[in-house]
Design a protein around this ligand. Structure first.
Ligand code: ADP
Length: 258
């Protein structure tokens, strides 16, 4: 396994009057080059799990292993893309990526060329000199992906990266991510509450439940690759999505008191 989540558990406010069990004991693995999505209704613990893997906070118990070594804090071996754009606003798109290349590999000389290539990968070669404020939301998120690629991370952690985008931009971004994933042979752990997004992108969907007893179930996504938009018209795509809708609708109903 590339990434192993081993009996990980997270409780906020331990020792206070009202501790919150954000993540019940959880174990699963992600293989090299695998695309795994964590799917579940709001509040089931997806972001908590991703932030633990990113090393942004320590777990209450359990451990995370990456390439056989325990994760003990943040590191450039894990590239993180969040919903909110995290570009440096005073640098252009190209400079944002050069900055990442310099941080990841200080000795590398041709940062400019690498940055331009990465911008080409995400279809933004013509926007190298634009500042984040001059780019649309989808474009900024593409720069954020290019910047993470600059670190050559062992795993890419994505938390609702397309959540703030309109539906059409979102589906174009999903296609782009599939191309980048094929090209760069990435290992991805992706958080979403969007069922079709999870099915379209993933090799495996891990469904997280608010039911703390039956917390995790897994669904293999046996759709052919490479994934193109046509796959969403297939019978199998509809079978997989409706199966997941059935699993999640009762939870969503309870969560929103409908
Ligand atoms: P999701 O990403 O699936 O929406 P989260 O991981 O954000 O879920 O949250 C899981 C649970 O933990 C929720 O009940 C949330 O209110 C709680 N929680 C998240 N972050 C904190 C925090 N910093 N302190 C206390 N409780 C938190």
């Amino acid at each position: 396994m590339k990434l192993e989540i081993d009996r990980l558990r997270m409780e906020y406010g331990v020792g206070t009057k009202s501790p919150v069990l954000a993540l019940p004991e959880t174990s699963f693995g992600v293989r090299e080059n695998e695309f795994v999505s964590l799917l579940g209704v709001s509040g089931c613990g997806k972001s908590t799990l991703l932030s633990l893997v990113a090393g942004l906070r320590p777990a209450t118990s359990g451990r995370i292993m990456l390439d056989g070594a325990e994760v003990l804090g943040p590191g450039v071996d894990r590239g993180v893309v969040f919903q909110a754009y995290t570009l440096l606003p005073w640098l252009t798109a190209r400079q944002n990526i050069e900055f990442a290349v310099a941080e990841a590999s200080p000795k590398v000389k041709n940062r400019d060329r690498i940055a331009r290539e990465l911008l080409g990968t995400v279809g933004l070669a013509d926007f190298a000199d634009a500042y984040p404020s001059q780019l649309s939301g989808g474009m900024r998120q593409r720069v954020a992906i290019a910047r993470v690629l600059a670190y050559k991370p062992e795993v890419m952690l994505m938390d609702e990266p397309f959540g703030a985008l309109d539906a059409l931009t979102r589906s174009l971004m999903q296609e782009l991510l599939m191309q980048v994933w094929e090209e760069h042979k990435l290992t991805v752990l992706f958080v979403t509450h969007d069922i079709s997004e999870a099915v379209f992108l993933s090799d495996r969907v891990i469904v997280m439940s608010k039911d703390r007893e039956n917390f995790l179930t897994e669904v293999e996504i046996d759709l052919p690759r490479p994934r193109t938009p046509e796959v969403t018209d297939s019978v199998r795509f509809h079978e997989l999505t409706s199966d997941l809708v059935m699993r999640l609708r009762d939870e969503a109903r309870q969560a929103s008191h409908l």
